[in-house]
Ligand binder design. Structure first.
Ligand SMILES: NC(=O)C1=CN([C@@H]2O[C@H](COP(=O)(O)OP(=O)(O)OC[C@H]3O[C@@H](n4cnc5c(N)ncnc54)[C@H](OP(=O)(O)O)[C@@H]3O)[C@@H](O)[C@H]2O)C=CC1
Ligand SMILES: CC(C)CCC[C@@H](C)[C@H]1CC[C@H]2[C@@H]3C(=O)C=C4C[C@@H](O)CC[C@]4(C)[C@H]3CC[C@]12C
Length: 356
């Protein structure tokens, strides 16, 4: 059988595996010599980006081992790899032991596979998120762990294919995005540990934008988005109005509430950098009461995230009091003044009338 385990409890650890191990001897048309003769695994290489990476690697003279679930597709890829000058060979099972037996080791692990997800509002399906984490995240962890002894020996590389949706929150890809963020957390931290331990295995996280892979890879039409008027209470009280989603806002994200909270915090003098300024012994500038401001900021942030049963944020009864405090702060500390409009870190702008 072509299905086998990667000594991993993860569902996606079950891969069909095909490989080609014969080094290509012809000249490298693209002038890359770095990967010549290197032993590379590409996961999810039966279609899309993984498949194309395999062809590039073959042209660069690497020994490639491709994995996916569908044997027929892998056979097809293997055939194409053969046409590129590599000798296709099938390997089973895909356990590190077998990889070592076949190739004597491993130089590069390219983790690329992803499970299918949907493009639309989060539908509350927790099982789907769990399954997607298994496929897109936990199997990456398992494969990395299994391959690490070989990669340490070869001082090789781990390549993790991620997405802009793994760096920034976009709407309509909630489960997928969560799995990609998880990869960043795991691999960026692991990279730091490797540095501390002088483990010479590189980790590269690839942040890709949308790529039309030719099949049905066109971004589906966006779900229709209701654009309710902001609850009047929010506007009147001077809170940030909720973002009005429309097609173009996919490209210019409105500031989210976390940013709002952070800005409020800073303005209230509780953010450490602001604090160090505001508590400095500047002649003519009153000292800010560190603790009381900090506790107010904390309370304010808690209120901002408090939800009413209807799912709307509650407007804190004492917002005006907090605004009052801020005004006080303003007059005494001009360097802490907030602009009425601001840019979010991602370059979009939004208006914010109140404690931000
Ligand atoms: N296309 C895009 O616009 C973007 C893609 N990316 C990233 O690029 C990478 C490749 O994406 P793309 O080429 O579009 O993806 P595809 O859907 O075309 O390919 C996914 C691959 O993963 C394999 N796969 C799916 N489920 C499993 C599983 N449970 N276990 C093992 N293999 C599995 C598939 O083969 P099979 O079904 O036979 O198992 C296939 O080979 C992904 O990491 C994706 O997140 C990032 C940004 C944008
Ligand atoms: C500079 C920015 C404004 C660019 C925005 C790019 C946005 C729109 C891009 C960046 C990453 C892209 C998603 C992705 O990584 C992978 C998949 C999985 C596939 O099955 C369906 C499409 C989907 C969800 C892509 C949808 C479009 C995304 C969100």
């Amino acid at each position: 059988s072509f299905s086998m385990g990667w000594e991993s409890p993860a569902a996606a650890g079950c891969f069909a595996l095909a490989g080609s191990f014969t080094c290509r001897l012809t000249a490298d048309p693209e002038g890359h010599t770095m990967l010549r003769g290197k032993r590379v695994i590409v996961t999810g290489a039966s279609t899309g980006i993984g498949e194309q990476m395999a062809y590039h690697l073959a042209r660069m003279g690497a020994h490639i081992l491709v994995t996916a679930r569908t044997e027929a597709k892998l056979q097809n890829v293997n055939g194409n790899l053969g046409n590129l000058g590599t000798s296709p060979a099938l390997v089973s099972p895909a356990q590190p032991r077998r990889v070592r037996q076949h190739c004597g080791g491993l130089d590069m692990l390219i983790l690329n596979h992803v499970g299918a997800s949907y493009f639309g509002f989060f539908d509350g399906d927790v099982e789907h998120v769990r399954k997607l984490l298994e496929i897109n995240f936990l199997s990456y962890v398992a494969m990395t762990t299994s391959a690490l002894p070989m990669l340490k020996e070869s001082e090789g590389s781990i390549v993790v294919v991620s997405s802009m949706a793994g760096k920034v929150g976009f709407p309509f890809t909630v489960p997928y995005s969560a799995t990609k963020f998880a990869l960043d957390g795991f691999f960026s931290s692991l990279r730091q540990e490797f540095a501390i331990q002088s483990i010479n295995v590189s980790i590269t996280l690839c942040i890709l934008g949308f790529i039309d892979t030719g099949k049905s890879r066109v971004v589906p039409p966006l779900p229709s988005i209701p654009t309710p008027a902001p609850p009047p209470a929010l506007g009147e009280r001077g809170m940030c109005t909720p973002p009005t989603m429309s097609r173009w806002t996919l490209l210019s994200q409105p500031p989210n509430h976390a940013h709002t909270a952070l800005r409020s915090w800073k303005l209230l003098g509780a953010f450490p950098s602001a604090l160090s300024k505001s508590t400095a012994d500047t002649p003519g500038r009153p000292r800010v009461q560190r603790d009381s401001l900090k506790s107010k900021a904390t309370r304010f942030i808690r209120l901002m995230f408090a939800k009413s049963p209807a799912g709307q944020r509650k407007v804190p009864a004492d917002t005006s009091k907090l605004v009052g405090d801020k005004n006080q702060l303003r007059s005494s500390q001009p360097h802490l003044q907030a602009p009425a409009t601001f840019s979010s870190p991602r370059g979009s702008s939004g208006s914010c009338l109140d404690p931000c």
